[in-house]
Design a protein. Sequence first.
Length: 456
Amino acid sequence: MNLTGKFKQSSMAQFNEARLDAVRTLVARAPDLAVQSLASLLASDASDDASLRLVRQIVGAEARDRQVRNAAFAPLSILCAPPVGLPRVSFPRDTPLRLWRALKAYDADLADKIARLPARMDGAEETRALLNEFCLGAADALDGRLSPAFASLPDYLDQSPRGASRVTLLLRLSPILRHALLRLPDWIENIGGECGAAIRLAFKDASDFGGEASFLYIETLVAAMETPTHILRLINVILDRPSDRYLSGSELGGLGQRLLDLIDEKVQSIQKFDPRRGLEGGVAVASAADQASLMMSEFETQLTLSRESVWGSRIVQQKRALSLAMETRLREVESAIAAVLPVKMIRVNGKPLRGAPNVPAMPDPDAVHKALSLAGMLEGCRTSANLTGFAALRRKIIESQEQWLDIYINDLLDMLRKGEVEPEPARAHLDIAAELMGLVRDPKSAELVRRRAAAA
């Protein structure tokens, strides 16, 4: 039985204190989404049942408490989520929860402060000031071990290197980080003018807390970015387009190495690509190629690179490796499509020439997976082709396969109308040809092929 069902069942009887404690325990252990859903459900229930009213109060208080906790510790929480893609500083997942419980036990006036917060914490200055106050109070209490709960936290936090000291520092940086995270999307897209000045000022404010603070500030921003190399745009502004030699020797050098390692991982995923994964695999490898290319482009655009430096020479090698891997795969497209849409070969004056479609049986599933996978890769790698130098090869293959598919489809439709092929395997091959045409040319072409096949 789910959480909502348990509460509905319990509301049928008057609660005693023991039952209320059980409800509080159950609600406290429930995930955020479950508590939010239950709070909404109970709020919409107009029943005046006494037991249900008590449950509504418990759930409402818990939902509100979590709303404030999540808002207060939002900058810290970013580094408490498991790293995805790029390795980074991280802390135990329950860190915000443990800090909040310790703060509630330590600060007797906290409930009154929470009550002053608006129902919608939409970023108003007064609201942010109060949330920052919670963080700074937690930092002071953690740093000074001002209560038994705070005294026990360092052992838990030190599961991560220098965890307790870094969490304390992040709590002190929360006012700066909260403002930066709010403006981050604008900063990424508009790094000049007022945004540029704001980027530099925020970094200076964080750096005033020391080198470790500026490192943690950048780590938090990177963790909040969908594309981690976008941090180079901010670094460009902060350090006035630094050279890769300078940046590699600074406290941010490790970040650059991790970004380059991430590019290596994406290139390796292309090199290890198995076309038998089907269309989804082809789309994924094209996405990896585009992401790697864009990341390398960020290095080239935002930093002053030297081909002789460690980072500059590494990016040159990465571009070559990516281009070679993609060209190797693209050259497999023609044979893969020919394998799934075979034709009879004839000889004229001793020269082999393409004949009519050969459809004696249903298409081979393995051949279909490979053809769709490589066609999906061909369709999806436009960005990487333009950035890393295999655009001409891609265009040539697209043109040749469009021509191949046009001839194959027209010939097979003609044979189907004349009754020269079995309908079932012929229509199966036409369906595959339509899907391939949708990838090589466009979806409208695929739909046109399907309509023509249905009318044949």
